[in-house]
Design a protein around this ligand. Structure first.
Ligand SMILES: Cc1ncc(COP(=O)(O)O)c(C=O)c1O
Length: 338
């Protein structure tokens, strides 16, 4: 296949088995970092832009704006470069420097807000900045990944279908939660087929998405400092919260054990697999969505000084054996585990 645009190059059927990750069942990763934007958000970005084009809201003279923690920004910059839309991205100090450089290299204007919002995060500050720009420029269109139905729809029609056709119906499916677009798209698609798949929504301790108190977080991708507009918690999925220190340990361990530098949210979803392992029937087929790879995290998750400064040097020493799941240490780290 010869693609017409970079954003049409997807590695949609990349699955990697992780032998021995847990003893009683096999764990497989769905690798989403093998596309020109390096993350699952390329599907979201394309879905959002093309939905706006179809609705007539986006015309050739339009310019786009979005708030992003990194991956959606790179993905939108890739789509907008190919489609010739000027793009402004509003991000914050938690975004990786490499991501910001990539957004600029792809032609986007990047604004980095530095003021924390009332919950101690940056999301509301970023959105306030987007709204100010929108009110000043009628030509500007907000893709609004936080609320646009094209976000979950893009995953319902891509990610979920790729899982069903490339892997089959997993017994357990672990999905990280940022905007909750990937999660809700998969929840709807798997509900429609009515199979045995139990879905686990995974987030970071300190995120408010599952109704818990906000706390400072340092790893971009998962989590939110304001309630999700897309999440519909009808009790059909299990929710697990993972502390960032455990995310870091798991990422570093997976890199050394399997030769794959995984991104932060992959460490988080795999930590959730390890946490839930005692409840998963032996022989189950477990799939976890790996939203990006680790090269964007070399200065953070894979940098000893950065890790020791934020989580303590014991995180570097005390790397747990993934074959022995970390015990659930505090009640609020595991919710709705029924
Ligand atoms: C690395 C990574 N993992 C997971 C997610 C969460 O995806 P969603 O916004 O669909 O919930 C994101 C979102 O930006 C991400 O960048």
């Amino acid at each position: 296949m010869i693609a017409d645009h970079a954003f049409e190059l997807f590695g949609e059927h990349a699955f990697l088995a992780l032998p021995g990750f847990t003893e009683a069942f096999g764990t497989t990763l769905k690798i989403e970092g093998l596309n020109p934007a390096g993350s699952i958000k390329l599907k979201t970005a394309r879905g959002l832009v093309e939905a706006l084009e179809r609705s007539g809201r986006l015309v050739p003279s339009s310019a786009l704006i979005e708030s992003t923690s990194g991956n959606l920004g790179i993905a939108l910059a890739s789509v907008c470069a190919a489609k010739k839309y000027p793009l402004t991205l509003v991000t914050d100090p938690n975004a990786n420097q490499a991501s910001i450089r990539a957004m600029r290299a792809l032609g986007a204007e990047v604004i980095v807000v530095t003021e924390r919002d009332a919950n101690g995060g940056f999301l509301q500050t970023r959105i306030d900045c987007v709204r100010r720009r929108l009110s000043a420029d009628p030509n500007l269109v907000w893709t609004d990944q936080y609320a646009h139905p094209a976000n979950p729809a893009s995953h319902r029609h891509s990610t979920a279908v790729e899982i069903m056709t490339g892997f089959g119906l997993p017994d357990w499916l672990f999905i990280g939660t940022g905007t909750a677009g990937t999660l809700m798209g998969c929840v709807h698609a798997f509900r429609d087929v009515g199979g045995p798949t139990r879905i686990v929504a995974v987030d970071t301790v300190g995120s408010v998405t599952f109704g818990r108190a906000a706390r400072a977080r340092h790893i971009p991708g998962l989590g939110s400092s304001r309630p999700s507009q897309l999440l519909r918690d009808d009790g059909s999925f299990i929710k697990v919260l993972v502390p960032e220190s455990e995310t870091v340990r798991t990422c570093r361990q997976v890199a050394r054990r399997y030769g794959l530098l995984v991104g932060g949210s992959t460490g988080t979803v795999l930590s959730a697999v390890a946490r839930l392992a005692p409840a998963i029937e032996p022989g189950s087929r477990v799939l976890a969505v790996s939203a990006d790879l680790g090269d964007r995290y070399l200065d953070t998750i894979y940098n000893d000084d950065w890790v020791a400064e934020r989580y303590g040097s014991e995180v570097l020493r005390d790397e747990p054996d993934a074959a022995r799941p970390a015990p659930v240490r505090r009640k609020d780290e595991l919710i709705n585990h029924a």
